[in-house]
Design a protein around this ligand. Sequence first.
Ligand code: PRX
Length: 679
Amino acid sequence: MTTAHEPQVSEAQISVHWREEDYYQPPAKFIGQANAADPEIFRRFAEERFPDCFKEYADLLSWDSYWHTTLDTSNPPFWKWFAGGRLNACYNCVDRHLAADRSKAALIWVPEPEAEDTRTITYQELHRQVNEFASLLREFCGVRPGDRVTFHLPMVPELPVAMLACARLGVIHSEVFGGFSGTACGERIADSGSRVLVTMDGYYRNGQLVDHKTKADEAVRTAAERGQPVDSVLVWRRHADRCSSQAAMVDGRDFFVDELLTEHRGAVVTPVSMPSEAPLFLMYTSGTTARPKGCQHSTGGYLSYVAGTSKYYQDIHPEDTYWCCADIGWITGHSYIVYGPLALGTTSVIYEGSPTHPDPGRVWRIAERLGVNIFHTAPTTIRMLRKLGPDEPGKYDYHLKHMTTVGEPIEPEVWRWYHDVAGKGEAVVVDTWWQTENGGFLGSTLPALQPMKPGSCGPGVLGVYPVIYDEDGNTVEAGSGSAGNICIRNPWPGIFQTIWGQPERFRQIYYEKYCRNPDSTDWRDWPYFAGDGAVQAADGYFRILGRVDDVINVAGHRLGTKELESASLTVGEVAEAAAVPVVDELRGRAVEMYVALKPGLAPSAETEHAVSDAIEREIGKIARPKNVWIVSDMPKTRSGKIMRRVIAGISNFADVGDVSTLANPEVVEEIRHHIQSDK
Ligand code: PRX
């Protein structure tokens, strides 16, 4: 069963507007040591120097052979960066640091329970582990360059080890966020055509040992139903001694990694020299249909871009202790926990668990204990830390030089707490706007050179030229106060290459709307449509309002309304479903589900729970709706389309606009009465 799906409601429409804020200047101490402290950098990245300006990022890497074309635009919008060049991403993140920094910590892992020992993995140790796992993948699983391998791993160092092992072999990895359900993982296995799944028996979260292996069984079943067999499930054991009994192993399919690795001790695998444009990994994200999009990222362009932005925007120096408190299962973790920091040879902290368990001082305690000086997180975490432990930072002796916020709009008062209290007024704060598709930052202040403004991400980053267009493609001028669709006028090296297996969808979603001439091979004719609403102030700074499509960003995680609705429709009683965003104090946005039942069925708490459970089963816990409202009917147009805009208006206590032309205007008041008296 399907649900008619127009007109839509978007996050941007329910966005909370805040007033223009004052600027904050970076501390002199920060400027004194910053990687980009000379305004001359703006000249190096000036528009007339595009695309060659990005050679500066590519030159941060070690290439096996240099590229002949910086940007190949011959087949738009399938851009090729550093065409003709060859390199290996794992070599760049591990091997090349050995000569000078063999004994330096590459990764520091803080597990849960915290009482367990923190594990420090030096570059030498990382090299050993990556080689052994690469040898296992190649010899035991038989994977070859270009094959796909799916991971469903939590926040453990085995995840970066597995990523780098694939990169070493030229194998494309596809990590599915550990919190996603087995079904969601299986769909992504099938879409990517992976024959190998790498998982773990269990992991800790909020003091509980979560049984993770059962999700692998579900995932393999789902993949098989969609025609994709999985030959091998490799199971890392979280505690070989304690919890392996959880995992019911399937003979001939499931293997414990620690047992297999005994055959590969000391193995050395030569890094495979890959073309710059060879895919490095897939990262799935939600879109406007129920089928997730496998964003395909390149090797040379992507790695150059994350190395360059890590250097200038994260201000990473090799001697820093850098902690991005995100999950590696999202793009932020791929780019700014693993590939960017390791390409620069710094120390990257990984932690398991949640920021406020066992108490809201956990994050700051870790920062103190490890001497973290760069800290990176999302507004949802900041809101949570501020709410549960507003004074905790003062209790710990840590000093940050740099802080990042990413993934959602941040309210100015939350920003100020982050800067004044969490950062003790000593650090710069960058608000970085970007997406799974982008590889790295698109909008941000360059920390030593551009002042901060709470609630705004800043201008486009070096070499990236954002613009706001109205629906007809006219430029919305900076300072006009009007919102529109934020687009990027030019390609940049971190841009994804395509949607895995769906090139036409890629072209259509991101480029069709504003393409000036489909026959042109000039990049100027192909602005990238980001799918976000934004306004630009007179100073050129952008304020992102949220998605303009059918995607809801809950706590920084993108959920497609179509996926939520399809999951709800798996409940037998449900006839129609509509997912809408509501403003949420902690998570920025939350999902509310509206469902209408089949004729003759009475609403019940059981059905409401069944809808939430179905969503958790099909997508994952993070997608559980804040509320499920059973309504007698949905507001509909005369052609039978559900008016999500009206429903979202009711949910957010906002104006619903003119409803007189609906087929059933009386239902609006009925729903309003039902919902608003219960909220
Ligand atoms: O709506 C924007 C919001 O998050 C979306 C991208 O989500 P995802 O692909 O999961 O990537 C998140 C991490 C890069 C965007 O379309 N978003 C991201 N960063 C910001 C933001 N909204 C406001 N301010 C930001 N800094």
